[in-house]
Design a binder for this molecule. Structure first.
Ligand code: F6P
Length: 358
């Protein structure tokens, strides 16, 4: 039988443990293989001894389907090709990772990650002959060639729940509530949650906004006799003239989060409304996976193991047209998926009279 490794890499999200569970079930029950869980992404393969745990049915048959986070741990740190050393220098440590893979005697490795992690795993595979399959996860849902990534649906659900809770307090106090959500450079979470949560304004990075347009929408809402409004702001939104962004991206370094406060202030100035701001942050990553994420995680895990059985590597499993397919990982990395301006959700938002700030 084969021995396969599995690791989680990059930011965590809900559904990672459900993927691990699915991989172990398929590998053990269908093929009789052994599964080794590598600790903290590629970090586990860098350490000596290599940090891992054997994953058999008892390890995954508890509450793994339900549990947020990842039992293996994960990290955003350390591109092994330019690894930050204690003295501040960058060192190529890729050979150590390849050595770790060999030391464990792995026949293949399943990486659960996003585009950054896949790019690194692909480079390692090219250099050291690692046999690798990728499973897409990111709350941002910005990976190309897959309609959904693990974690996205749950994150949207958390943001919708926040709007459900903000609406009655907004109405009671006649306030404009601003909810800042994550998503990096893509507005998928904001757009989906904003529509489902009945927002009046949704700001996404793909559409530059102006405060005047937001204020006009809020005034229109008030003119109908409604005393409150809900505004969803994606964390990396930009104004039409570029202001409001510089303040947050100091020194050319991208740091997300905090734009909600700025927009809340500007809305108050422009409309005289009382505003309050909620920054949802990592709450979006840490909950129980939604049923949809559990299904996607399970289907992806099973298909990834089947790819290894078929000897198909350097591929990413993907959701497409009601089913699971697989695509070359290089194409998935290259195809960044922003919100499509002529897509169904933008049309829906506009059709509902939601302002997108433009
Ligand atoms: O990519 C997932 C994500 O949660 C983004 O939405 C967010 O910008 C970022 O990660 C936060 O990163 P960190 O966990 O390092 O604070």
């Amino acid at each position: 039988g084969k021995r396969i490794g599995i690791l989680t890499s990059g930011g965590d999200c809900a559904g990672l443990n459900a993927v691990i569970r699915a991989v172990v079930h398929r590998a053990v029950l269908t093929y009789g293989w052994q599964v080794l869980g590598i600790k903290e992404g590629t970090q586990g393969l860098l350490q000596r001894p290599v940090q891992y745990q054997v994953l058999d049915l008892p390890q995954v048959d508890g509450n793994m389907m339900r549990m947020g986070g990842t039992i293996l741990g994960t990290t955003n740190r350390g591109d092994p090709f330019a690894y930050p050393m204690a003295d501040g220098s960058l060192k190529d440590r890729s050979d150590e990772i390849i050595g770790g893979y060999r030391e464990l005697g792995l026949d293949a490795l399943i990486g659960i990650g996003g585009d950054g992690s896949f790019a690194i795993l692909h480079k390692l595979a090219q250099k050291g002959g690692l046999k690798m399959v990728g499973i897409p996860k990111t709350i941002d849902n910005d990976l190309g060639l897959t309609e959904v990534s693990v974690g996205y649906d749950t994150a949207v659900g958390v943001a919708v729940e926040a709007l459900d809770r903000l609406q009655p307090t907004a109405a009671s106090h006649a306030r404009v509530m601003v909810l800042e959500v994550m998503g990096r450079d893509a507005g998928h979470i904001a757009l989906a949650a904003g529509i489902a949560g009945g927002a009046d304004v949704i700001l996404i990075p793909e559409i530059a906004y102006s405060i005047e347009k937001i204020a006009a929408k809020i005034k229109q809402v008030r003119s109908t006799g409604r005393n409150f409004a809900l505004v969803v702001v994606s964390e990396a939104v930009k104004t039409v003239d570029g202001t409001g962004v510089q303040k947050l991206f100091q020194g050319g370094q991208k740091r997300y989060g905090g734009i909600g406060d700025y927009i809340g202030e500007k809305i108050a100035d422009a409309t005289g409304a009382e505003t309050r701001v909620t920054v949802l942050g990592h709450v979006q990553r840490g909950s129980m996976p939604s049923p949809r994420d559990r299904l996607v995680a399970s289907a992806f895990g099973v298909h990834a193991v089947d790819l290894i059985a078929e000897g198909k590597f350097d591929r990413m499993v993907a959701w497409s047209n009601r089913g699971v397919i697989d695509v070359p990982i290089t194409e998935a990395i290259a195809r960044y998926a922003e919100v499509e301006l002529d897509g169904a959700l933008v049309k829906t938002a506009r059709g509902l009279g939601i302002s997108l700030g433009d």
